[in-house]
Design a protein around this ligand. Structure first.
Ligand code: NG6
Ligand code: CA
Length: 503
C-alpha cells in the first residue's frame, strides 16, 4: 500500500547504491588506505556520512546480495555462493528492495554483477532464448548484467532477457563439463585442465580451471557465443556507460539504481589505463578503477542536477581477499597474516572474505544525501539487510510484518540522527559460522571449518580489542552463554524483526 511521505512534496530522492565486490574496510582512503588512491570515494565520504561500523549481511557475495535485496538472512533460505547456471535464488513472489521502490512509484535499474542466479528451479536456462526469471521478475525494470561472477561462465553480458551480441549461428551452452556443452557448430573453448598454455592472461588454479575465455581460466564450462564474449579489461567502462545512460534516461523521474561493480573480484583485469597505478598489482589497480567508476557516476548525477536530492550509498558485498586462485600479482605475506605488500584490505580489523571476524563483513559504508544528511562520521552499528525496512519508512510504504522479516528500520542511523544503531546484529560467514554483535561485544559460535578443524566459541570486546586478538570467553562465561542463547533464538525465529520487539 502506498502512503508516500508528504515531507518530500513531490521531490522524492533518487537512490543509487554503488556496490563493491570484495572491497574491504581498508581498501578506501577515507578508511585509512595509504597505498590505494581513492579520491572520488573519499570525496563522497567527505560530503556524506561515513560509517565506521557498517556491515554487509555476510562474508560472501550471494548471501550478502540476497539479504540486501530481500531483507532476509541467507542462512534462513539456504543461500550460499552460487555456481554458474544456478537458478534465480530470490522467489518471484516475495518483497524485494526494487519492488518496494516500485510501490513508491520509482523506476528501478540494476547494472553490473548479479550472482543471484537466473532461470527457473529445475529447468536448464536456454541462453539462446529468453533468459529468465531474473532481475526483471523480482522488481527491476531495467537490467544489464554480468550474470554470475567474472570468474564464472557464461562470459557474456545480459541485457534484459537477452544475451548481448549473440550470433544464432554460434549458440551458447553452459554446463559442468566440455562433454555437456560442446556441440557441432558452437565454438569450443580450451579446457584449462588439459591445456594450461591456453591461460595466457595469467594462470589460475583450484577451481578456476575449466573453460578458458580471453586467456583466463573460469569456473564452469561454456561453448558458443564467441561474438558475445565480454572483454574483461573494458567491463568497468561498459557498466559505467550503462549506468550513465540509465541516469540520463531517468533524470526527470524518481529512480533507484543498483550499480554492482566486479572490479576487485578475481580475475582482476583492470583496463590498461589503470594497470600499474598502484604498487599492489592488479588488485590495487582494480580498486583505482572502481574509484574512477564511482567518480563517473557522481559526475553524471551532477551533470543532470541530481546531486542534492540523490541518496548515494557506497558499500561492498564482503571483505577483502588477496590470492583467490589467480596468479595476478597480488602478493600474500603469510607470515604477516593476510597482507599485501604492507597494504591490509581489512584495515585494523581481523580476517576478510569468507571469515567470521570483523574483516569479513565490516566494510566501507558511506551514505551521502546533501539535502538531508549532515556530513560527518557515525559509529552506529548498521547493516545492509536493513535497507528495505529503512527505505519503507523513508518512502512511507507500509511493510507487512512477514515481508523482509530480518530487516529493521534504522533510518535515523542512516540519516545521522541516531549514533547507536542496531541493538544487536547477526554476522554470517558460510561454513566459518555465525556471530552476534551486541554493542561492542561479539560472540562467535563454535564451528567446524573443515572435517578436521573444530573451533570453539569465542568472545571479544571490540571496545578495547578491535582486532579480535584476545578471546575473553573464559573471563565472561555468563555473557557468552547469554549471547549464545540469543543468537540461537534469533536464528531459529522466522525473522529478526518479526520475532523480537527488542531487535
Ligand atoms: C569461490 C571461488 C572464489 C570466488 C568465490 C565467490 C574457488 C576455489 N573459489 O568458490 O574465487 O569466486 O567463490 O566470490 O573456486 S563472491 O565474492 O562472489 O562470493
Ligand atoms: Ca564478493
Amino acid at each position: 500500500m502506498l502512503l508516500v511521505s508528504e515531507s518530500f512534496a513531490g521531490h522524492r530522492p533518487n537512490v543509487v547504491i554503488i556496490y563493491g565486490d570484495d572491497v574491504g574496510y581498508g581498501d578506501v582512503g577515507a578508511y585509512g588506505s595509504e597505498m590505494i588512491p581513492t579520491p572520488n570515494i573519499d570525496k563522497l565520504a567527505k560530503e556524506g556520512l561515513l560509517f565506521t561500523d557498517g556491515h554487509c549481511a555476510a562474508a560472501t557475495c550471494t548471501p550478502s546480495r540476497y539479504s540486501l535485496l530481500t531483507g532476509i538472512h541467507g542462512f534462513r533460505d539456504g543461500v550460499s555462493i552460487l555456481p554458474p547456471n544456478a537458478p534465480l535464488a530470490i522467489g518471484t513472489d516475495i518483497l524485494t528492495l526494487p519492488k518496494l521502490f516500485k510501490q513508491a512509484g520509482y523506476s528501478t535499474g540494476v547494472v553490473g554483477k548479479w550472482h543471484l542466479g537466473i532461470g527457473a528451479e529445475g529447468q536448464a536456462v536456454d541462453w539462446n532464448a529468453e533468459v529468465k526469471p531474473g532481475p526483471l521478475e523480482i522488481g527491476f525494470d531495467f537490467s544489464f548484467l554480468l550474470p554470475s561472477t567474472n570468474d564464472r561462465v557464461p562470459c557474456v553480458y545480459l541485457d534484459g532477457h537477452k544475451v548481448v551480441n549473440l550470433d544464432p549461428k554460434d549458440p551458447l551452452y553452459v554446463g559442468r563439463s566440455t562433454a555437456q556443452v560442446n556441440r557441432p557448430g558452437s565454438t569450443a573453448y580450451p579446457d584449462a585442465k588439459k591445456n594450461q598454455e591456453a591461460m595466457t592472461y595469467y594462470r589460475s588454479t583450484h577451481g578456476h580451471n575449466n573453460s578458458v575465455i580471453n586467456g583466463i581460466g573460469r569456473i564452469g564450462y561454456m561453448a558458443g557465443g564467441k561474438s558475445a564474449l565480454w572483454n574483461d579489461e573494458t567491463m568497468a567502462d561498459v557498466f559505467v556507460d550503462k549506468a550513465k545512460q540509465y541516469i540520463k534516461d531517468h533524470k526527470d523521474k524518481a529512480f533507484f539504481l543498483y550499480f554492482a561493480s566486479q572490479d576487485s573480484h578475481v580475475p582482476r583485469a583492470p583496463h590498461p589505463r589503470f594497470q600499474g597505478k598502484t604498487k599492489l598489482g592488479y588488485r590495487g589497480d582494480a580498486m583505482v578503477q572502481f574509484d574512477w567508476s564511482t567518480g563517473e557516476i557522481m559526475k553524471a548525477l551532477e551533470q543532470h542536477g541530481l546531486t542534492e536530492n540523490t541518496i548515494v550509498i557506497f558499500s561492498s558485498d564482503n571483505g577483502p581477499v588477496y590470492d583467490d586462485g589467480y596468479a595476478d600479482g597480488t602478493q600474500v605475506k603469510k607470515s604477516q597474516g593476510e597482507s599485501d605488500r604492507g597494504h591490509d584490505g581489512s584495515g585494523i580489523y581481523r580476517g576478510g572474505k569468507y571469515q567470521i571476524y570483523e574483516g569479513g563483513t565490516r566494510v566501507p559504508f558511506i551514505v551521502r544525501w546533501p539535502a538531508k544528511i549532515k556530513p560527518g562520521k557515525s559509529d552506529a552499528l548498521v547493516n545492509q539487510i536493513d535497507f528495505i525496512a529503512s527505505f519503507s519508512s523513508l518512502l512511507g510504504v507500509e511493510l507487512p510484518e512477514n515481508d523482509a522479516p530480518d530487516s529493521r528500520n534504522t533510518l535515523s542511523a542512516f540519516l545521522g540522527k541516531d549514533q547507536t544503531g542496531l541493538p544487536s546484529m547477526i554476522e554470517e560467514a558460510g561454513k566459518a559460522g555465525r556471530a552476534l554483535r551486541v554493542g561492542s561485544w561479539k560472540y562467535i559460535q563454535a564451528r567446524r571449518e573443515s572435517s578436521s578443524k573444530k573451533v570453539s566459541g569465542e568472545l571479544y570486546n571490540l571496545a578495547d580489542d578491535q582486532g579480535e586478538k584476545k578471546n575473553v570467553i573464559s573471563e565472561h562465561p555468563e555473557r557468552a552463554t547469554e549471547m549464545a542463547k540469543q543468537l540461537t533464538a534469533l536464528m531459529k525465529a522466522k525473522g529478526v524483526r518479526v520475532s523480537s520487539k527488542n531487535n
